[in-house]
Design a protein around this ligand. Sequence first.
Ligand code: ADP
Ligand code: MG
Length: 687
Amino acid sequence: FWKPGTEKPRLVDDEEGGVLFFNSPSGYANIERQRQRLPVFRYRTAILYLVETHATTIVVGETGSGKTTQIPQYLKEAGWADGGRVIACTQPRRLAVQAVAARVAEEMGVKLGEEVGYTIRFEDVTTQGVTMIKFLTDGVLLREMMDDPLLTKYSVIMVDEAHERSIATDILLGLLKKIQRRRPDLRLIISSATIQAKSMSEFFQPRKSRRRPDGEDLGPNTEPAVLSVEGRGFNVQIHYVEEPVSDYLRATVSTLLLIHDQEPMGDILVFLTGQDDIDAAVQLITEEAQNRGKNSSGLMLVPLYSGLPRAEQELVFTPTPRGKRKVVISTNIAETSITLEGVVYVVDSGFSKQRFYNPITDIENLVVAPISKASARQRTGRAGRVRPGKCYRLYTEEYFAKEMSDEGIPEIQRSNLVSCVIQLKALGIDNILGFDWPASPSSEAMVRALEVLYSLGVLDDDAKLTSPTGFQIAEFPLEPMIAKMILSSGELGCSEEIITIAAVLSIQTIWVSGRGSQKELDEAKLNFAAAEGDHVSFLNVYKGFLQSGKSPQWCHKNFVNYQAMKKVIEIRGQLRRTAQRLGVVLKSCERDTVVVRKAITSGFFANACRLDASSHDGKYKTIRGSQEVYIHPSSVLFRVNPKWVLYHSLVSTDKQYMRNVISIDPSWLTEAAPHFYQHQRLNSMVH
Ligand code: ADP
Ligand code: MG
């Protein structure tokens, strides 16, 4: 089944001894020692010097070398947070923000939310005037620019995980470059796990030198400095499968059990694609281990994906109990954003969930797609942190060599740009195609976004934000379509309901996972199912939760995730305050689901689909691009198949599936977006 690979193993360097921080007891003296043993520590002086003298410093270093947790502390120690200034460190992922902030607070011996804090959407754990180091998502920092365009409270901004090239990171880099020209005192650190440093450094090249001919210094050097932190990874042996695998989930499970049976102790890190296959893997492993009747108790299975409840996140970082083998089953979040100690074996499925957008069909969806060579190498590297390790790649060596692309495509080139355009417009950037992008989005995608925003009433004929609608929509920390739906709900008299729906759509799921069978979960969901669709069903769950007195027992009985519902209540409160501030009339429509669905249509008209009458398998076609789509099995409208529907998002596996679907009346579409759906075309379809 397995054959050893020939990819050149990395340098072996065990001068420091193999058992670095392994199961080490805590305590400050000890933490201090740990800090000093991180590869980045040797570069402390160099980093501080470069930041002092250069406007932009690019730091490249492999995962686990200490970039994220140490550099902000060095900066604080060197006085960059004096005088009420704040050091910011951005991350593309929310879960990483929380995890690193917690770790740094622990290292500094302070309470999270005081000297060290974090901010993610809908959750601000900082204290004004006290917080010196602030971790935040790149998206939140972008939002902060709406109130403070020059980000004046920050002395240093570290854009971390720049190699991920998330859409918000790219926008942020373009904007920070602009800010730098106005704020010579601001320092940027761009940090990255892979050597894309060259393109980053070119991007930050100044147009002209800041040094006058007579040599007088006009401030920091604006040429970016590049610093590479030498890691100390151990040798990782790579194994490939002999033949391509047909079912990566099953292959993952059997590989994992094989490792557990045959290899010495050491934790296993498994890369799958998302919550669905991670939960499925946990279940399969438990069953398989039970079937084999041995060793199942030796495994400690820990899922890791965004949206994981806090308590379960912590399990990921707790030291493995003696005699157990920890198995972390993760999305690509463990590729570079989060460092796990004690991993010796990596199982790489070769896939991750990626966003893809096609401007021709105007369809964006999440697709399980092959990773790049760069990702594969990152995954492999996770096995060599504490001692020599092994990586099992569930693809052939030939596939790796010949089929895998070298690097991933920046997210901005594979996304719908609606949110991106509105944010830039709100920041006063009107010439979006002429914006200084690290990687340019396609003009087709841009045109599509402008078209949708125009139909939403966000942009006027000159592509400027409309007043007040455009500005109001930009105010909400939400997709423009959801914000529009809230604004319309004020006019339609159903804002209380729509704000609840918006809050539910802002979190991953309100259902529990990994407990009971799919059948039990489906039956539980049926209790709340509304004939009008999923959004209306959410209202039933919310109502039930309130009527139960927000009871955890009620949630347990109904397969509803209690933590998620608490979050919904909190987000709902925040959105309600924003809506109120913007003058949205807060009102409930009681049981009138027509106005609720009309409000949803006013935001999501672009996602309308019609049942294909000629097919009997529940096939729909999108109205705009005539693309084939199906209702997702998790929807209450699965197999109900109303003639006209709207969806919130698409996921793609074997087919394109619509998630969160409601039934609509086609006349609402022309009402909501007359320009988008010309009467004629729609009429000819209705009749
Ligand atoms: P980088 O950003 O370069 O990938 P980090 O700063 O995230 O590295 O991590 C440096 C080291 O700090 C890790 O190797 C690990 O030893 C330790 N560490 C980081 N986060 C945690 C955590 N949540 N729990 C325990 N140790 C951690
Ligand atoms: Mg990091």
